[in-house]
Design a protein around this ligand. Structure first.
Ligand code: NAD
Length: 261
């Protein structure tokens, strides 16, 4: 129970990587605020199940992270509910696969708002309390696309490269105050976000879905297997520990060797 007494907010934690991270932090003893865009009533079965499974204090606050005001209110609601916020995991993100000259303007705006601007807003809202406590952990779930690019994903790649840059600057600003800030960069994890990409990539490459998985998606990943969400969650939990207090401003790749090429 290395995180007993700590409080955590995981954005976008109703599915995929965020849910796995929330579960791992709760099993390590933290109180965890879940977040997603579904209503509190819709998310209640998930909240109750995670509380029963982990024995931890689990809350849920809906927020549309495309809006800066909602992102700030999410942090304020977590602090009000738990009496403070020690661990912020910026995980919420969306993807849209299309050639740049066919990319819808409104999807660019939405993707940048959720993947990048929300990280600015939640971090800004969380830092004063962390500075006052002299302790904090900020973990930004970027992507292998935070360090390398793929075609048809320019807005996503731009947003994740920017998250990596933001991570490094924040880490430098608070390095003397007991606060670490790191980017975790997974390769392909089979979550609803990737399931949608299989369909989108099949369309843009004009290939059947099984060939897209083999020849497009896992072609980039030398391990030839999807990364498990639990592997990412275990790494995030380590970054929250005292043993990781000197790890800051780092870009942690969990990508089956993708970016070693
Ligand atoms: P997912 O689709 O399973 O989950 C995304 C989460 O974000 C959900 O909880 C969803 O409710 C939430 N979300 C989306 N839009 C939101 C909004 N406007 N307001 C609030 N919440 C919102 O996706 P995932 O694959 O688990 O991805 C999680 C993060 O990991 C993303 O930032 C993604 O870019 C990153 N990532 C995923 C992969 C992968 O292969 N799955 C690889 C690298 C990085």
């Amino acid at each position: 129970m290395q995180l007993a007494g700590k409080t955590a907010l995981v954005t976008g934690s109703t599915s995929g990587i965020g849910l796995a991270v929330a579960r791992a932090l709760a099993l390590a003893g933290a109180k965890v605020m879940l977040n997603g865009s579904r209503s509190a009533a819709e998310a209640e079965p998930l909240r109750a199940q995670l509380a029963a499974e982990t024995g931890a204090g689990i809350g849920y606050t809906p927020a549309n992270l495309a809006l800066g005001s909602s992102a700030r209110q999410l942090v304020e609601a977590t602090i009000a509910a738990f009496g403070g916020l020690d661990i912020l995991v910026n995980n919420a993100g969306i993807q849209h696969v299309a050639a740049l000259d066919a990319f819808p303007d409104e999807t660019w705006d939405q993707l940048i708002a959720i993947n990048l601007s929300s990280v600015f807003h939640t971090t800004k809202a969380a830092l004063p309390g962390m500075k006052a406590n002299g302790w904090g952990r900020i973990i930004n779930i970027a992507s292998a696309h935070g360090v390398v690019a793929s075609p048809f994903k320019a807005p996503y790649t731009a947003s994740k490269h920017a998250v990596v840059g933001l991570t490094k600057s924040v880490a430098l600003e608070v390095a003397e105050q007991g606060i670490t800030c790191n980017a975790v960069c997974p390769g392909y994890v089979r979550t609803p976000l990737v399931e949608k990409q299989v369909v989108d990539q099949a369309r843009v490459h004009n290939l059947p879905e099984d060939r897209v998985i083999r020849e497009v998606i896992l072609a980039a990943q030398p391990s030839k297997r999807f990364v498990e969400a639990d592997e990412v969650a275990a790494f995030v939990t380590f970054l929250c520990s005292e043993a990781a207090r000197s790890v800051t401003g780092s870009v942690q790749l969990i990508d089956g060797g993708w970016t070693a090429r």
